[in-house]
Ligand binder design. Structure first.
Ligand code: THU
Length: 142
């Protein structure tokens, strides 16, 4: 799976976004170390708080299917009317969920504007000086 293939899957996943309140549609594609991919889209709620970001939907789908080892996630988010999408970065809550399951130095976050235009960061770059499982357990949890 190349980076641009993962980005394309995030763009496709965005088509299922349920965001009638914000109009901000997000898709994500999470690449597991075994090569499998789990996608997600944001799902909003009329009572707002239960809203879940695309990235967390992808992570929770994967973890609930027994996956624990991850390589990269591609994300594409933009308002449904955006003529020229910008780069949408994962929110702080999603970064913290990534910190639970991913190695911050090697897990990569691809943020895409289009299939061909995307930027790449490590989790450590987007969540420096993070609090994570190692603080509580001494090492990543199995
Ligand atoms: N959203 C995501 O899906 N991922 C992010 O990283 C940022 C925000 C969603 C949540 C909500 O449905 C909409 O974008 C506006 O915040």
């Amino acid at each position: 799976m190349t980076d641009s293939e993962l980005v394309r899957l995030a763009l496709e996943a965005r088509r299922a976004a349920y965001a009638p309140y914000s109009g901000f549609l997000v898709g994500a594609a999470l690449l597991c170390r075994d090569g499998s991919v789990y996608t997600g889209c944001n799902i909003e709620s009329a009572s707002y708080t239960p809203t879940c970001c695309a990235e967390r939907v992808a992570f929770f789908k994967a973890v609930s299917e027994g996956k624990r080892a991850f390589e990269a996630i591609a994300v594409m988010g933009a308002h449904r009317n955006a003529a020229e999408p910008g780069y949408a970065y994962p929110c702080g809550v999603c970064r913290q969920v990534m910190m639970e399951f991913c190695d911050p130095g090697s897990f990569r976050i691809l943020t895409a504007r289009t299939e061909k235009e995307y930027t790449v960061f490590t989790l450590r770059e987007l969540l420096p000086m993070a609090f994570g499982p190692a603080e509580l357990c001494g090492s990543p949890v199995d």
